[in-house]
Design a protein around this ligand. Sequence first.
Ligand code: LLP
Length: 424
Amino acid sequence: MHHFAYRDGILHAEDVPLPAIAAAIGTPTYVYSSATLERHYRVFRDALAIPDARIFYAVKANGNLGVLMTLARLGAGADTVSEGEIRKAIAAGIPPERIVFSGVGKTAEELAYAVGAGIHQINVESEGELEALSAIAAGLGRRQAVVLRVNPEIGAGGHAKITTGGAANKFGISFAEAERLYAHAANMPGIAIEGLAVHIGSQIDELSALEAAFRRLAEIVRGLRAQGLAVTRLDLGGGLGIPYAMSPPYEHGPGLIEAYGAMVRDVTAGLDVELGFEPGRIIAGNAGILLARVLYVNARADRRFLVIDAAMNDLVRPAMYDAYHEIWPVSEPEPDAVRLAYDIVGPICESSDTFATGRELPALAPGDLIAFKTAGAYGASMSSTYNQRRLVAEVLVKERQFAATRPRQTYEELLGTDRAPDWF
Ligand code: LLP
């Protein structure tokens, strides 16, 4: 469930009418709902029903300061994949003891920063990384808590580009190697080896592959213990999917989160480990919309292009993954309004700057506002300045209040970071 709904014919975010945000901040602008973020965090936590579970929100889904502060207050930790994300999580009030650091390509500088910051855990993905981290931590006089990310050779996800657990994917150590590397790690001076991690993909709406991967992990835990090695933690990653193409009421797939919680409890029963989770999309996905304005309607004999002021640099998911986002007019259409087929496109100079083709919507005119639904995860966080467009603005709503938690980039900021070479 989310808190974007029509009231008196106008789409609202909580108690704020979206035209008020467009008037104050301009468009395109991402709008996030605090109540929706809070609700999803609690729904996930309650569905797990594992009292000491640790929830590390995946910052990559949406790293906006206001979003992170909202989740920090609920007790969320952070799953991070770069020094920048660690810094941002700390700046938002998430203490280092609630931060984990994942990723296949952490640099020596990033590892040293993470160790020095005293984060909860580093999810190591290769033997080379393990050696590098041990040397760095030992050099700092520390032993860093580590889990090994295993590639279970079971992938899943809503698109090939977001599947990570398959044998052909770059992520993690092979499960055949897990026991050997774990035993090796147990003897390394800078490493406190605690357990294993897995993350097989994103936008997963069916639990069987997740369950198979978790069972594989549990098998490795038993093998390690049989060798006398201690295992105290499992990090089960993120990946749960959300509905993108469903009109209200807009719930998570029927009972998916509850079924996930029950499956996890079943698979990990008796393992006696601390469990960690890295949900991203399920927390932030439908807590955000992208608000945009119609610039032109370019009607040709065979197609009707709706040219809007948002572009693929602001929301890249349709161009990159052929992703579907519902599009709602901000002014509520009459129930019997005639619908027309539009190709919805942005101003960028390539044809991939297309959000939807043949999308049936009530008649729209220049100046009208529209909202891309379910844009809270991997929307703003993947935005860029392609075509020298300023980074999109982001607004957090809480009941009647709203604030630009990232004001629209200025042209001074956009252009001011470049430097002319000396020879000119
Ligand atoms: N943990 C790890 C190690 C991950 O790689 C990811 C996502 C997550 C957790 C969070 O997964 P989630 O719960 O959000 O599915 N840009 C793509 C999604 C990429 C996901 C990358 N990894 C999209 O727009 O669909």
